[in-house]
Design a protein around this ligand. Structure first.
Ligand code: IPE
Ligand code: IPE
Ligand code: MG
Length: 222
């Protein structure tokens, strides 16, 4: 959960947008560091379904920045064998951003070192609702029986279909909440919170979080 761009900017007397710009840079660094550390799957909470409540200028600037970012990152994704994808209600995003996401997701589909997933217009509750609706339609169409719906089948209707649940959730800027991120998938994830603002989150910080994770004892209720 890449949080704290606004506070990072405020602390420096900069406009909030400068914080988001620095946040994009931090994301680039973390993707590189994650790959080097052997992480296979990285999901970046980029824009929540609740973030539409923000000023229109901020939202527009964020989307524009993201488009620039995807354009800039695309060659690097190919060079580094990184697969790109996005989860969320992608259909509701501006057409040009949607098109870039579609293009880069398709062109990097075969890449296998690291998968980077942007949670964009993403909400955990919305994801569960979308999955329930999809499953209900399948039942209505006679392709699914209600008694067939178990955890595995239900997971198959989520945006993250086929992807592993996160082992570790990292949130920056010290907030102790999930903010509607991956509600289903985080059920047994380890949680790591750092006070650092997202733009300050560097390779060393990721390695520190991974180190911390290595010392956790995961019991899964057992
Ligand atoms: C995270 O930084 C980026 C997004 C949610 C898009 P914020 O903009 O939430 O930064 P703070 O929480 O106000 O510091
Ligand atoms: C969570 O951060 C969403 C993203 C990082 C994209 P927010 O800043 O939106 O969360 P709250 O409002 O502090 O819970
Ligand atoms: Mg925030």
């Amino acid at each position: 959960i890449m949080d704290g761009n606004g506070r990072w900017a405020r602390k420096r007397g900069l406009p909030k947008i400068a914080g988001h710009r620095a946040g994009v840079k931090a994301a680039e660094g973390v993707i590189k560091a994650a790959k080097e550390a052997g992480v296979r799957m990285l999901t970046l909470y980029t824009f929540s379904t609740e973030n539409w409540k923000r000023p229109e200028e901020e939202v527009a600037a964020l989307f524009k920045m993201l488009e620039g970012y995807i354009d800039k990152e695309e060659p690097k994704l190919h060079k580094n064998n990184i697969r790109f994808m996005a989860i969320g209600r992608i259909d509701e995003l501006p057409a040009s951003l949607k098109e870039k996401i579609r293009r880069v997701s398709a062109s990097t589909r075969g890449h296998s070192s690291l998968t980077v997933s942007l949670a964009l217009n993403y909400g955990g509750r919305q994801e569960i609702v979308d999955a329930a609706r999809h499953a209900a339609l399948e039942v209505k169409a006679g392709r699914l029986r209600p008694d067939q719906i178990d955890e595995a089948v239900f997971s198959g209707y989520l945006y993250t279909k086929g992807l592993p649940d996160p082992d570790l959730l990292i949130r920056t800027s010290g907030e102790l909440r999930i903010s509607n991120f991956l509600l289903w998938q985080l059920s047994y994830s380890e949680i790591y919170v750092t006070k650092k603002f997202w733009p300050e989150f560097k390779k060393e910080d990721l390695l520190k979080a991974l180190d911390d994770y290595r010392n956790r004892e995961r019991r899964f209720g057992g």
